[in-house]
Design a protein around this ligand. Structure first.
Ligand code: PEP
Ligand code: MN
Length: 335
């Protein structure tokens, strides 16, 4: 159950609400986000919700049977959108393309990608500076200095940044330079990190775990929301299956199911989803058709020289062809 609290609620109102919940033996968690205030309750026995609904300062009471509550679509009418400022909005009214290299490598590379994105009318650039790598000998990113360089160049061009944060200790120092924090697949259930990001007012792109279920992804999103941060993007990036013909199995079903189960925007990551450059475009289009609200795509001026994930990275020409096809799809679907 979610109790939606009016911003006019006074102390007496809170006291009475909590006393009533305690009398009914209903455990509760009070959640204050950057947008609203809620009480999330897990009642053990059925009860008359009018007892709560009639209290002063209570806007609404919603029954939510899903195990994840605040991120569930069972209570919210309409879909959540994320406003990054300067007219950059991620919502279900558009398909937001975000693109950039797997790893930030140099000033020259950032500038080349940022200028290319601007020429395409794309305002969100991805790029990792803290890279989770399977091998400790692989390139692990340029770190905070790389992020400052990335931010400095993108800010002057009006481009927003999405970059991965790997540990709680780095959240605060990264925040001034980040527009969207990415939580990578390997950290999808790092609950301490999710708690920390939930306490900040920075949007989070939360990726599905490598072997994570849809419900686990939604429960991870619930961690962030319940700590106070509503600005969450759910990301399908492929899961590990028995199939070795490609890097991951992009779960197209998850796009449609996530849109049904949650009011949060759903973003596809076709690059990691299939892991093969040649097929990234088709999978992006499939994600669009399945109902995704956007996609995050790896691109590089010279994919064969990329420090990481070159095998799944599009060059500028391939990306602009894909962008054109997406524009056509958008037009076709509008009709
Ligand atoms: C990435 O975005 O480059 C990345 C490492 O993603 P994932 O966590 O999905 O593997
Ligand atoms: Mn990558």
């Amino acid at each position: 159950m979610i109790i939606h609290i009016s911003d006019q609620m006074d102390q007496q109102g809170y006291d009475l609400l909590e006393k009533t919940l305690t009398r009914l033996s209903i455990g509760f968690t009070s959640v204050t986000t950057q947008r609203q205030q809620y009480y999330v309750c897990i009642p053990k026995e059925p009860f008359d919700i009018r007892v709560i609904g009639n209290l002063s300062g209570v806007l609404d009471v919603h029954r939510v049977s899903d195990p994840f509550k605040l991120v569930s679509s069972q209570w919210k009418t309409g879909r959540s959108a994320i406003d990054l400022g300067n007219d950059v909005l991620i919502s279900d009214r558009d398909f937001s393309l975000m693109a950039g290299p797997c790893s930030i490598e140099s000033e020259k590379q950032i500038t080349a990608v940022a200028d290319f994105l601007l020429s395409q009318g794309i305002r969100i650039m991805r790029g990792g500076v803290f890279k989770p790598r399977s091998s400790p000998y692989a390139f692990r990113g340029l770190g905070l200095e790389g992020l400052k360089l990335f931010h400095g160049i993108c800010r002057t061009k009006g481009i927003k940044i999405v970059t991965e944060v790997m540990q709680v200790a780095e959240t605060e120092q990264m925040a001034p330079y980040v527009d969207i924090f990415q939580v990578g697949a390997r950290n999808s259930q790092n609950f301490n990190l999710l708690d920390a990001l939930g306490s900040m007012d920075v949007p989070v792109l939360l990726k599905r775990g490598i072997s994570g279920t849809i419900e686990e992804l939604l429960q991870s999103a619930e961690y962030i929301f319940s700590k106070g941060n509503e600005k969450i993007l759910l990301c399908e990036r492929g899961i590990r299956t028995f199939e070795p013909a490609y890097r991951n199995t992009f779960d197209i079903n998850a796009i449609s199911i996530l849109k049904e189960k949650s009011h949060l925007p759903v973003i596809a990551d076709p690059s990691h989803g299939i892991g093969l450059r040649k097929h990234v475009g088709n999978i992006t289009m499939a994600a669009f058709v399945a109902g995704a609200d956007g996609a995050i795509v790896e691109i590089h001026p010279e994919p064969e020289r990329a420090f990481s994930d070159g095998q799944q990275t599009l060059d500028f020409n391939e990306f602009s062809c894909l962008h054109k096809k997406i524009r056509h799809l958008k037009e076709a679907f509008r009709k």
